[in-house]
Design a protein around this ligand. Sequence first.
Ligand code: ADP
Length: 161
Amino acid sequence: MKALFPGTFNPPTLGHLEIIQRAARLCDHLVVAIGESPHKYAATFSVEERMSLLRALTKDMDNVEIISFSGLVIDCAKDLKVDFLLRGLRNGSDFDYEYQMAAANRQMTGIETVFLAASPLYSHLSSTLIREIAVNGHRLHGFIPDAIEAEVFAKLSTITK
Ligand code: ADP
């Protein structure tokens, strides 16, 4: 089975990585798709930067591929002929949003969304929180993977508040 894990990943966190690792064990091929979503978040990290960060984190995972897409997730899913969508669920707010997206995506295409419950170790982590911490000069160990911490901190800590 082939799965699509779409997201913004601005920047990738330990929570994202944990979902990718668990999802990769559930399917033959996992495509992690970085959405451009220009209206949703200030694009702190460009798509190219997010792609390079995610590629660095998944370089030893043979069945994981990193791509970018624009437009609707369902169109990307159809183009790639994936079997299902995959998303992480942290809490009730995620559920409200995800329920709406999953129902609309299924109504339009019949494609199912499979949810993985966030690990309690990381369920408090979001890219927004990570950006706020680093923009204010604090390091990100324990929030994002060590392999990308220096690069992400360097970029965020130069942003003027
Ligand atoms: P989006 O803008 O599409 O929500 P995000 O990058 O914020 O993009 O999240 C992508 C996916 O990763 C979503 O399914 C989200 O619920 C999940 N996710 C984000 N952070 C975590 C975390 N700490 N633990 C588990 N899943 C997470």
